[in-house]
Every structure is written in C-alpha cells, then in structure tokens.
Design a protein around this ligand. Structure first.
Ligand code: MEV
Length: 310
C-alpha cells in the first residue's frame, strides 16, 4: 500500500494569458490531494474511489474521471510499466473541487504518484509526474498550459511559461493569501474555450489583454521578491480588470473583490479559470480578519494559505 500527496495551486497573476505563452505567477498550496494505492491480485483492473464524491471508477467508465484514470495508466505504461496493474486507489481532495485552486491537477499527480509504486516499483521523478498529470489534465482541460499540474508537482513559488516551464522564485518572507469561494462553478475547459472564441472574433483585443497581463506578471514577480505587498496588490487589481475584459469574471466575483478592497485588502482577483470559483486577496499583516469577516458576512466560505519557497 502506498500513499502519495500533491499540492493544490494558487495563481497570483496570469491565468488565461498563460495559455497564450505569457508568464504566470503561481504557488503550490500545501493542501491539495492524497491518494493511496492498494495492489490486489484478486482484482481485474484498477478502481478509484474519490472520498465523499464518487466510488468504483474504472477506466472503461463514461466520465471524465474514468477517462483521466485511463490516461494516467497509459502514461505509466509509456514509462515502462509492463504487467497489468490491478488494485484499488482511494483518493481525497483537501481543497474545494472546481474552485480554481488546482484540485483536479493535485488529484492527477497524487493518483499517478501512488499508482507508480505498483506499476513501476518506484516513485515517479518530478518530470515523470508532470508527464502523467499532463495526460490526466488534458481530459479535464482540453489544452492546458501545464501550469496547474506543474505547480502541483513542484510546489513553492514560481514563474511559469509554456516554453520554459516552472522557474522557482525566492521570496523574502512567506505570503498569506486569503480565499473566498463564490460558490459558482464553470469548468476550466469552458472558460478557456470562451476566451479562445473571443480571440477568434477580437484577436487584437485579446492578444493586447494577454500581453498587458504578461507585463503585470513580470512586475508582480519583482514586487513579490522584494516584499512590496502594496505594489503586488495593485497589480492584482489591474489583472482582475483585464480578466473581466476577457469575460471570465462574474458579478459574484466582482462583489467579493470589491468587499475585500473595501475592508483593507491590498488587492483582490479571481484565481484559476474564473466563471466563479475562488477569489483571492492579500493584506498587510494583521488586516486578514477584517477581509475574512466581511466575506463571511457576504455568505462566502473562506480559507487561508501561506505560500513560501520550497
Ligand atoms: C486554470 O487554472 C488556469 C488557466 O490559465 C488554464 C491553463 O493555464 O491551462 C485558465
């Protein structure tokens, strides 16, 4: 029996533009997903239970999770697994599913890591974990940039580009990030597809917005490295305006961002694919409770995370 974990992720700035080759500033969240694989010679195949959500998933099922399991098993075979793997995976999410905080990528990485012990008789390298999770994430996201599952594998804080991968960053002190869940959900595949359709109709507008987001991201990396939280917050607000221009924000997201700013947040924005999901905010040390209380008063579930170098 092997238990493995993977990080969730928070995108501080740069979602969607990262699909069009701009950089994104992101960090792993220590809470992500956990998976335990128990091999069994009596079983016919690999089954997967996702605690509190679904039971008895197999690769022949007609759901995205079943297809993702099949894709991860194929990726493990491509890495050299020879014998047919049989047994049971029990997995659990430690983050809100579908909330833009990398739950599906974390699950894919944790499941692939756990299965690898049975399939290959060893742990996956980081590069192999990214390979398996790419196959898994393609099922959920269509054409993922790779950011979510790369952050899930490496953790820490980093700048990510499609071409250059994950570049770990040094930050002067850990950063506390506040989260509020809008309660709304739109699959990332759909919001990414909507931006692609908008780009077909308005290429100059969308490409211009993505380039501007890329500039904000580079400045935000400098602000984060030097501990300039005020500057980082301003850049997050500007990023949110551009995301709203790409039509991936919602009224609820805008309300929670405004409430955060009205209660002392230095910056607030959506995180991940948008169309709901989670909103993030940063504050000066000591101002966190005001923002969290104001969000609670709006009826939003909240949580916080501290991001730091690995
Ligand atoms: C989703 O968490 C992030 C997006 O940029 C999609 C991607 O990078 O694949 C919206």
């Amino acid at each position: 029996m092997w238990t493995e974990q993977a990080c969730g992720k928070v995108i501080l700035l740069g979602e969607h533009a990262v699909v069009y080759d701009q950089p994104a500033l992101a960090a792993g969240l220590s809470r992500g997903a956990e998976a335990t694989f128990t091999p069994s010679k009596n079983a016919d195949e690999v089954t997967l239970d996702l605690e509190d959500l679904v039971m008895g998933i197999t690769r022949s099922g007609d759901t995205d999770l079943a297809r993702a399991l099949g894709a991860a098993l194929d990726a493990l075979s491509a890495l050299g697994a020879t014998e047919k793997l049989t047994g049971h995976v029990r997995a659990k999410l430690l983050l809100p599913p579908g909330g833009g905080v990398g739950s599906s990528a974390a699950l894919g990485v944790a499941v692939a890591r756990a299965l690898a012990h049975g399939a290959l008789g060893r742990a996956l390298t980081s590069q192999e974990a990214v390979q398996c999770a790419t196959a898994w994430e393609k099922v959920f996201h269509g054409t993922p940039s790779g950011l979510d599952h790369t952050a899930a594998v490496y953790g820490g804080v980093g700048l990510f580009t499609r071409a250059g991968g994950w570049k770990p960053m040094r930050i002067s002190s850990p950063l506390r990030v506040l989260f509020a869940d809008t309660g709304e959900r739109t699959p990332t595949k759909e919001t990414v597809g909507n931006v692609a359709k908008l780009r077909e109709r308005r290429p100059i507008v969308v490409d211009g917005a993505c380039e501007s987001i890329g500039i904000l991201v580079r400045n935000a990396a400098l602000a984060l490295e030097s501990g300039d939280l005020k500057g980082l917050g301003q850049l997050m607000d500007l990023n949110q305006n551009l995301l709203a221009g790409l039509m991936v924000s919602t009224e609820r997201t805008e309300t929670l961002c405004r409430v955060a700013r009205d209660h002392g947040a230095l910056g607030a924005k959506l995180t991940g694919g948008g169309g709901g999901g989670c909103v993030i905010a940063i504050t000066h040390e000591g101002d966190e409770a005001r923002v969290l209380d104001a969000w609670r008063a709006e009826g939003a579930p909240v949580f916080e995370a501290t991001i730091a170098c690995e």
